[in-house]
Structure formats: structure tokens, C-alpha cells
Design a protein around this ligand. Structure first.
Ligand code: GGG
Length: 375
């Protein structure tokens, strides 16, 4: 019997509902496949912040770093100013543990209707490889009441510590905002190699890069050039560079035409929501924040406060995150069992499907059903 220690951060909104079901299914897989999980649960999120003023203490980061992986529900709540929890918890975790890949697979299920028609037998099987530490997620910026800026900044990453000063003046006196993005050669290199290695592993001969060098030439022109340079290391895999707007258009028309999609941080967030919708709904989109230290598995969806507590949350994304996590820690048989259980469950009685997919099953019932299919 192998034992693992997994940090569990249910977070806000539907986060606790969906992560409870993921835990249930992992426990069932552990019983069948001979592993045991010690869950180390953390309270961080809106309720804890509103009660204590604490966001994510350094002591918790130290403790989490000793775990084998982390499962995260969702972060963000209307009771807290946007960005406080997202930056203070989610992005802090990604940056602190240098989780430089955000891997977001998107697969259609035969039994789940897609909003666009697919030819018979054609399925969506693509994966977004999103750079997870740079681009417009650097957190460098300011809002000014009088259009002038003079503010030092620091952005600590695994690869570097960026120091600088944001200094600008619009001249006229009006409120304004400035935010800057950054991309670096080592940041692009590691995510590009990851994407190309993944394409090779999947037996594919193409990686498509979502870019926008025509309108944002400094950042994305650099991205294109650096990606082309790395792509030369993979002579059997073509690099196709596509403007992200054209990619969204083509994804909506021919979603099955894509395999590995390489994205800078912001486009990756957007494109993976679109892909989740194309495969049937946000409640199906799993993801992993992967790095060489602690990796963290987190659904594509957010905390969805509008449906929290209603039972409408679809826990399949969180359950598929748990499968990714099991694969990551080396429990690949357990991971396959969870994926197979999800497919079997979704192929079953339509009325027992999640509410998001037109059935009557609340989050708890979905979790119970998937757990029953584990073998
Ligand atoms: N639109 C779904 C959603 O809110 N997902 C969570 C999210 O956007 N997280 C921020 C991120 O992944 O960067």
C-alpha cells in the first residue's frame, strides 16, 4: 500500500462541493488500486479572509511544499474585491511553486452533445499547454487618478526576480490604468519544449501556437521568434502560428482539427474556456498547474458563486483533475480507473447526468455514481 500526502484547498463557491466529490472518487480508486491518501486540508479563501484577514501565509506554503501534490477547488468570491484572492492565493501558488505549465486537456465524450456538430466518429481531443508564469499575469501595473505613474515593482519567479519602476505620464489629468506583460527566452523555451514533447508523446506532427504578433508585436513577435527557434529541435513536428482570434474562429467551426495548442498565459485561459464549452461545458474541463516542485490540479472553471450551494455544480472537471493528479504522482492505474469511471458514468442513463448536462444529478449524486463505476 503506497501512501501519499495531498494538500486540499477547496476554496470558494462551488470549490468545496466539487472537490469533496473528487476526494470521494480518489478514495474509491485508492481502495481498488492499493494506495492511501492523507488529505491535508487548508481553509484559505473568502470566508477565512473575511474572518481573519489572512490570505495565504508563508508557513502554509512551506507545509504544502512537503505534499506530493495539491488539489484545488476554486478561488474567488463577490464578497472580496476581484484579484485579492485570485492573485493572493491562486497566482501566488502558481508562482511560488514555479508551476510553469498549465495543462488543460479538452476531450469530447460520445455521450455528451457538443454545441457544434462533429462528423460521425470525429472527437475533440486537444490539449492547451498554457505558459503559467509570465505574459499579462506578471502583476505589474497601476491605476492612477491623475494619469501619472511612478511606482516600483518586483515580480519574483522561479526563473528570475524582475525589478523595475513603472514610470509614465499621460500629460493630461485624467484617471488611467497601465499594466505590462513580460515574456522571457527561458520562460518560452521550457513551455515550448513541453508542448513539442507532448505532441511527440501523443503521436502528433503539429503544435499550434496562439499568438497575436500583428497587434502586440513586442511581446508576441518575440514569442513567435523564440518558439520558431525551439521548434527547430523537433524536425518531425510542424509549428503552426495562428492569431488567437483566428484560432477561436476555427475552433468554433472545426474544433476536432486541433491537437496540442501552445498559448501564452492570458490566451491560454481564454482558449481553454472555449474548448471546455466545445466539449460540452465548463464542468468537464480539468487542468493541472505543473512544475518541478509541487504541482496543483485545478478545474478550468471558477468558483461560480451564482450556483454555489444549489447542487448544480458539475464535479466531473474536479474528478478529472484528480485523475491527472493520480497520474502525476505515479498512480497511473488509479488515474485510468477514474477516467474510465467518468466515461462509463457519462455513457449511462441521461437523467442521472449532472444538471449542467441536462440531467437531474446534483454534485453529490454525480460523485457517488462515478465512485460506483471505479474498478
Ligand atoms: N471562466 C472560468 C474561470 O473563472 N476560471 C477560473 C480562472 O479564470 N482562473 C484564473 C486563471 O486560470 O488564470
Amino acid at each position: 500500500m503506497k501512501n501519499y500526502s495531498i494538500a486540499l484547498l477547496p476554496g470558494d463557491g462551488i470549490g468545496s462541493e466539487v472537490s469533496a466529490e473528487a476526494v470521494k472518487v480518489v478514495e474509491a480508486a485508492g481502495k481498488c488500486h492499493g494506495f492511501k491518501i492523507e488529505w491535508v486540508e487548508y481553509p484559505f479563501g473568502a470566508a477565512h479572509y473575511n474572518k481573519t484577514g489572512e490570505i495565504l501565509p508563508a508557513s502554509a506554503l512551506d507545509e504544502m511544499g512537503k505534499c506530493d501534490a495539491m488539489l484545488l477547488g476554486a478561488v474567488g468570491d463577490p464578497s472580496v474585491k476581484p484579484g485579492v484572492l485570485e492573485r493572493g492565493i491562486l497566482l501566488t501558488l502558481r508562482f511560488h511553486f514555479d508551476q510553469y505549465i498549465n495543462l488543460r486537456p479538452a476531450r469530447s465524450f460520445e455521450s455528451v452533445p457538443c454545441p457544434v456538430s462533429l462528423k460521425d466518429g470525429v472527437t475533440i481531443d486537444s490539449v492547451v499547454v498554457r505558459e503559467n508564469t509570465e505574459d499579462f499575469y506578471m502583476g505589474i501595473g497601476a491605476v492612477s487618478e491623475d494619469g501619472s505613474f511612478n511606482k516600483p515593482f518586483e515580480a519574483k519567479r522561479g526563473l528570475y526576480n524582475l525589478l523595475g519602476n513603472l514610470e509614465a505620464d499621460f500629460g493630461d489629468r485624467f484617471p488611467a490604468a497601465l499594466q505590462i506583460g513580460a515574456l522571457t527566452r527561458p520562460g518560452i523555451e521550457r513551455v515550448t519544449r513541453y508542448a513539442f514533447d507532448l505532441a511527440k508523446k501523443r503521436g502528433e506532427n503539429k503544435v499550434t501556437l496562439a499568438s497575436k504578433a500583428n497587434a502586440v508585436p513586442f511581446l508576441y513577435g518575440f514569442l513567435d521568434d523564440e518558439t520558431k527557434r525551439i521548434a527547430k529541435e523537433y524536425p518531425n513536428i510542424e509549428l503552426k502560428i495562428q492569431n488567437v482570434d483566428a484560432m477561436c474562429y476555427q475552433l468554433a467551426r472545426t474544433p476536432a482539427a486541433y491537437g496540442v495548442i501552445l498559448c501564452p498565459n492570458l490566451f491560454g485561459d481564454i482558449v481553454s474556456d472555449l474548448l471546455s464549452a466545445l466539449t460540452g461545458g465548463l464542468g468537464l474541463g480539468a487542468g493541472g498547474n505543473i512544475g518541478d516542485k509541487l504541482s496543483m490540479f485545478e478545474p478550468v472553471h471558477g468558483s461560480a458563486p451564482d450556483i454555489a450551494g444549489t447542487g448544480k455544480a458539475n464535479p466531473i472537471a474536479a474528478i478529472l483533475c484528480a485523475a491527472m493528479m493520480l497520474d502525476h504522482i505515479g498512480e497511473s492505474a488509479g488515474a485510468k480507473a477514474v477516467e474510465a469511471a467518468v466515461s462509463s458514468y457519462l455513457a449511462g442513463d441521461a437523467s442521472e447526468k449532472p444538471i449542467e448536462l441536462g440531467g437531474n444529478a446534483n454534485a453529490q449524486t454525480v460523485g457517488d455514481s462515478v465512485a460506483r463505476y471505479i474498478s
